[in-house]
Structures are given as C-alpha cells and as structure tokens.
Design a binder for this molecule. Structure first.
Ligand SMILES: [Zn+2]
Length: 140
C-alpha cells in the first residue's frame, strides 16, 4: 500500500504542529507532500499585505516568503503572476524546511528512510503537479 499525506503549504498553526505526532504514527504513511497551488487566494492576499479578520493570522505566516522574494522589483502584488508564483515556491520550500526543523519525530523518520518528504506545486489550470527537486528527500 502506498499512502500519500498531502497538506496545504500554508497551515502552520500550533494545533497543526501538535497533530504531527498522530500523523507520524499513521502506519500507511510513506510520503509527506507539501502541496502549494497556483491562484491561491491566501498567497495572493499575503502578496498584497491584506488584513482579513480571522485570516490575518494565517496571512501573516505567508508574509516571510513575500519578504524573502528578492528578484522581483516592480509590481510586488497579486496582480503580478510571476511574483505570486515565486512567493508560492518560497512558501512551499520554507514549509518543508519548517516540518523538518519543528517535528523531531518526522525528521527522524525521514532521515531513517521510513517516510519521504517533498514540496510541490499544483497548477490548477493545467492540473500538473511540479515537484521541487531540492525539497525531495526519499530514501529507500
Ligand atoms: Zn490556497
């Protein structure tokens, strides 16, 4: 049996981290895929520094990727598809790193080759899922 645990790239709350201990014990788990997606309202909102009530805390978590993006000099907002895509990529990669840094259990399992981890983006227009090779850790 091959089981894939897919999670949105943006859900980094405390409750979410606590749930990792349960995720790690799911026997069928083989790979964690941090999956971002194009045309993401949350990423776009963060690019525009939008504040939206309860969503503000969530959007604040995507702010570091927005600030990390340093190659786009003009139109650093959601109207610029190139900028949004670059922020999305940074967010996915940061999330993969954060999982490794913040969950000792998962890090150990990944390093022991018990499970794999990968970051990817789902293009919701074409349906294509592109994996970032530099985030891929799959040992066998
Ligand atoms: Zn989204």
């Amino acid at each position: 049996m091959f089981s894939v645990f897919v999670l949105p790239a943006i859900l980094l709350t405390k409750i979410f981290w606590a749930a990792w201990n349960l995720v790690a014990r799911w026997p069928a788990l083989k790979i964690i895929v941090v999956l971002g997606h194009t045309k993401c309202g949350a990423v776009r909102g963060a690019c525009d520094y939008v504040e939206m009530g309860n969503l503000t805390a969530l959007l604040t978590k995507i702010r570091p990727p927005v600030d990390d993006e340093s190659t786009v000099n003009e139109n650093r907002n959601s109207g610029n598809d190139e900028f949004v895509e670059k922020v999305l990529t940074i967010n996915v990669k940061r999330t993969v790193r954060a999982i490794m840094e913040r969950s000792t259990i998962l890090k150990e399992m990944i390093e022991a080759g018990e499970i794999g981890i990968a970051g990817a983006t789902h293009d919701i227009t074409t349906g294509a899922v592109t994996f970032y090779e530099d985030t891929l850790i799959i040992k066998s």
